[in-house]
Design a protein around this ligand. Structure first.
Ligand SMILES: Cc1cc2nc3c(=O)[nH]c(=O)nc-3n(C[C@H](O)[C@H](O)[C@H](O)COP(=O)(O)O)c2cc1C
Length: 325
């Protein structure tokens, strides 16, 4: 189906796979792009040269639409420009929309998306020159920017800005996806449902914990703020309640290790790193970020199966009409 988002970025399914730190592997992004959505990786914690090689390799592997995510205001601008030269959309989150960065990306040839947590922030993003915004509701997995539930926030943002708007937070099944499109969204940004895929780099224990979680199994918490650069600004993330409880019950100072710089680095209890395949230890007590739609995650599947399932209830009548081209 066509929306203002698909027309703008050139994908065939109105869906962006959310950036999710190391969990959103190149394999996952390529699989989502191949399935017609927008596949996304993030540059956080990745040296610029490695990030550039990764993007070049992904471009060789898929003709689909890719995006790259920037989370920190002090990100190396060379990385931002290099990303903009290689992907269709450079995607920002967690700091105030910046006309200077928007201009930098546009000059390098990409579109700019900004994930926002309030209608005020959406207006600032549109005024800064962004090409699209994502309205993130409090149902979202991972770090949560605002306080509003998704549907009222989405309605306000759609009224406030003239650019395409994606909806994010708790969308993990066909019904929820169709509902946000019917509410006027130009597409959805989806994270948690893609953590539990064969292509994601999430640790197998993390994937299984999502499959096992019930619909009320997430909480907004500040339990996993240690060493997290986002939490120094605002410590607020949605995670599995089971992870918060298990971390609270542990009296270990170090609960695991992660491969870094050719060696193993200790992971303190309460670390913000979502556990991926290079982590070992008490994974169930780590930052198992998950959105409020986790009850719909019932199996580990391929990303293509997740995209097919999410879009199975869409009809050509859902969502806003594409503008004439
Ligand atoms: C494991 C995980 C890691 C995340 N990491 C990032 C990130 O690196 N950058 C970012 O912009 N958003 C990140 N997010 C938030 C997403 O952009 C998005 O708002 C969220 O996944 C939407 O809610 P959902 O998970 O319920 O689909 C993350 C979400 C999860 C679940």
């Amino acid at each position: 189906m066509q929306t203002r988002f698909t027309a703008l970025v050139g994908c065939s399914v109105p869906l962006q796979q959310a950036p999710m730190g190391a969990v959103s592997s190149p394999d996952l992004a390529v699989a989502v792009a191949d399935a017609g959505g927008v596949g996304t990786i993030t540059c956080l914690g990745v040296p610029t040269a490695v990030f550039v090689r990764r993007l070049d390799d992904m471009r060789r592997r898929t003709p689909g639409v890719l995006s790259a995510n920037v989370l920190l205001e002090d990100t190396d601008e060379d990385a931002v420009v290099a990303a903009a030269e290689r992907v269709r959309v450079v995607d920002f989150f967690w700091f105030d929309p910046s006309p200077r960065l928007v201009d930098l990306v546009h000059r390098a040839g990409a579109l700019v998306g900004w994930q926002v947590g309030s209608v005020e922030e959406a207006r600032v993003a549109a005024d800064a020159g962004c090409d699209l915004v994502t309205a993130q509701g409090r149902e979202a997995g991972g770090h949560v920017r605002g306080d509003r539930p998704l549907l009222p926030l989405l309605a306000e943002v759609l009224d406030a800005v003239p650019i395409p708007v994606l909806a994010a937070g708790g969308i993990a099944d066909a019904h929820a996806f169709a509902a946000v499109l019917s509410a006027g969204a130009d597409g959805a940004r989806i994270g948690t449902a893609f953590v539990a895929t064969t292509e994601s780099a999430a640790h197998p224990v993390y994937k299984q914990a999502l499959v096992d979680a019930a619909g009320d199994g997430t909480v907004l918490s500040s339990a996993f703020a240690r060493g997290c650069p986002l939490c120094t600004i605002r410590p607020r993330h949605r995670v599995l309640r089971s992870a918060v409880e298990r971390a609270a019950a542990s009296d270990e100072e170090v609960i695991g290790t992660v491969t870094a710089g050719g060696g193993r680095v200790a992971l303190p209890r309460g670390a913000g790193l979502p556990p991926h395949t290079a982590v070992d230890g008490d994974v169930a007590a780590m930052a198992l970020y998950a959105g409020a739609g986790v009850g719909a995650v019932t199996a580990v599947r391929t990303a293509a199966e997740v995209v097919a399932d999410l879009t199975s209830a869409l009809t050509s009548h859902d969502g806003p009409a594409a503008p004439p081209s």
